[in-house]
Write a protein that binds this ligand. Structure first.
Ligand code: DX5
Ligand code: ZN
Length: 221
């Protein structure tokens, strides 16, 4: 059965000197979600956007803002990202002591909740809360940087999650993030993914290439 596949360009690969224009351009090129990689130089070895930046670019697109928080501890800053305009808020299980509580906090703030699994984090880490989620993100690189090589060992995790999500019968996005390009996309889609995060592959070549970049990723389905 053909599953509809959505593309979530990661603005980590955009030109930060003109981030607003980049968000407008990737929206116009057909992005389904705007994927925002928030890094704290503590949970991951890199530092990117804060809530003020999210608020500023929120004006540039009405697409779903898919905010991937690589922050620990994450609980204290959740309201700031919600206030800034995040639609989906995704956290890592390692980012706090009480994953269930964190997810309930996101939902109490009126937003969709996601959990991200690092390549070394097992599927089991998300199963106790799966029924409460709107999205599961399978990292296919170690978080912290764009442009890394896809780790194929995560494919069985995607397949296992696809089975669990289908068994629940709930509309939970199964998103894959890291090293996704027209060559790796067919593999993750075959395994059961339905949202593709792409940084380098979406933003390569500048704005004139974005629509084609996104179309190629979508065509992988
Ligand atoms: C890594 C981020 C990814 C990354 C993807 O920590 O979560 O979203 O930007 O970039 P590419 O597609 O270049 O691997
Ligand atoms: Zn991400």
């Amino acid at each position: 059965m053909a599953r509809s596949v959505r593309v979530a360009p990661s603005i980590l690969a955009a030109d930060f000197a003109k981030l607003g224009e980049e968000v407008e351009a990737i929206d116009a090129a057909g992005a389904d979600y705007i994927h925002v990689d928030v890094m704290d130089n503590h949970f991951v070895p890199n530092l990117t956007f804060g809530p003020q930046m999210v608020k500023a670019i929120r004006r540039c697109s009405e697409r779903t803002f898919d905010v991937h928080l690589m922050i620990a501890p994450v609980d204290p800053i959740l309201p700031d990202f919600v206030e800034a305009g995040a639609d989906i808020v995704t956290v890592h299980p390692e980012a706090g002591p009480h994953l269930h509580r964190t997810i309930q906090a996101i939902k109490d703030l009126g937003r969709k909740a996601g959990v991200a699994l690092n390549p070394g984090t097992p599927v089991d880490a998300v199963l106790p809360v799966l029924q409460d989620l709107d999205l599961v993100l399978v990292m296919s690189v170690n978080p912290g940087f764009g442009g890394q090589a896809f780790i194929p060992e995560v494919l069985p995790k995607i397949a296992a999650l696809r089975e669990k999500i289908d068994a629940l019968g709930k509309p939970i996005d199964l998103e894959v993030d890291g090293g996704i390009n027209p060559e790796t996309a067919p593999q993750v889609i075959a395994a059961g993914a339905d949202v593709l995060v792409a940084g380098s592959a979406a933003f390569k070549g500048g704005p004139a290439a974005y629509a084609d970049n996104i179309a190629r990723l979508r065509a992988a389905a």
